[in-house]
Design a protein around this ligand. Structure first.
Ligand code: ZN
Ligand code: ZN
Ligand code: ZN
Length: 328
């Protein structure tokens, strides 16, 4: 496998010949005592009664491998590099049938803390420009394992969507010296038609130009560019964020059976060479958030809908429906 860069859109693509990833069968690799358990990288246990532990493990069939150098090279006008990176599985719960939206504040808090620690730790590796956490739930979302897990990847490039966001935030800041996410929140809170819930410092809302029906984001009210730094800090309001995540996922699960969840946080500013120069104002202009994209129906889309997003439910209606749902 190798990474190739599209010279026009500047997006990186993983290219491999016949490297369809093996499907998992047999004993669940993430249940306690599994004979085919992957290597454990880190474990957290709050010690609170009723709450199990969360662990980070090496992905059994990783997209990126930790050894070696990216060896960025050219092929004529093209750019390519090795698929060097990290790919970890975050086992959210030792129980096979307890998902995040069925977990307690303590369990979700533990999961967020471990995610933040792993992201921070991977950022000390200066080969990596970007570290993120995501979760694919349900077959249409490409869920790989039966066990409740999320994943972390560290890459030698910034993924396309995040790069678009970083550039847009930097440009907005250059013009206005303000964070576009903060400005968005001010406006959304003034006329709260798209706000779904607020718990302490954290807000869930349906974005104005949602890409899919019932798209919902979670973000801190107070400006903060780095998820990992804020979760690891003393001022983190973990219980508020945990219950907001549980409520939000309960809402999402009541309108769909499948979703993608992705964390967008600052790129790796330890990667001093050129990234820091390029993203000089990133701590002021970028604002971490979690995006959740529900998948409604698994029908193939006509081609033009792959190029332009089309949503048959407005974000105002989605937010109104979400607000009416009961959460626990
Ligand atoms: Zn399991
Ligand atoms: Zn902000
Ligand atoms: Zn984003």
């Amino acid at each position: 496998m190798e990474l190739r860069k599209d010279p026009i859109t500047r997006s990186w693509v993983i290219v491999g010949d016949d490297t369809e990833r093996p499907s998992q069968s047999g004993y669940c690799p993430f249940c306690p005592g599994s004979p085919n358990a992957p290597q454990v990288i880190a474990t957290l246990n709050s010690g609170e009664p009723g709450a199990g532990s969360v662990s980070s493990m090496v992905h059994p069939s990783p997209l990126y491998r930790i050894e070696g150098e990216p060896h960025r090279h050219s092929e004529g006008i093209y750019d390519a590099m090795n698929t060097v990176g990290a790919h970890e599985v975050l086992v959210q719960n030792i129980r096979h049938d307890v998902e995040l939206w069925q977990s307690s504040d303590t369990e979700i808090g533990q999961f967020l803390t471990l995610a933040a620690q792993r992201i921070q730790d991977l950022k000390y590796d200066t080969r990596f420009k970007y570290v993120t956490m995501f979760k694919n739930y349900g077959q249409p979302a490409g869920q790989e394992f039966g066990h409740p897990v999320s994943e972390i990847t560290a890459t030698t490039f910034v993924p396309r969507r995040v790069l678009y966001e970083l550039r847009a935030c930097r440009d907005y800041y250059q013009e206005k010296e303000r964070c576009v996410f903060c400005d968005t929140l001010v406006q959304e809170l003034r006329t709260p038609v798209r706000i779904v819930e607020q718990r302490g410092n954290y807000i869930s809302l349906c974005p104005y130009a949602s890409r899919v029906p019932y798209e919902i984001w979670i973000m801190p009210h107070k400006h903060d560019s780095s998820f990992e730094r804020s979760i690891n800090s003393k001022s983190a309001q973990l219980a508020d964020l945990s219950s907001l995540i549980r409520h939000t996922l309960q809402r999402v699960m009541s309108v769909s059976e499948s979703f993608h969840l992705v964390l967008h946080t600052v790129p790796n500013t330890y990667q001093k060479s050129n990234v820091l120069q390029y993203w000089k104002t990133v701590d002021e202009d970028y604002h971490w958030h979690i995006e959740i994209l529900p998948i409604l129906g698994a029908k193939a889309k006509p081609y033009f809908l792959k190029e332009v997003y089309y949503t048959h439910i407005s974000s105002e209606l989605a937010a109104e429906r979400y607000r009416k749902l009961e959460t626990r």
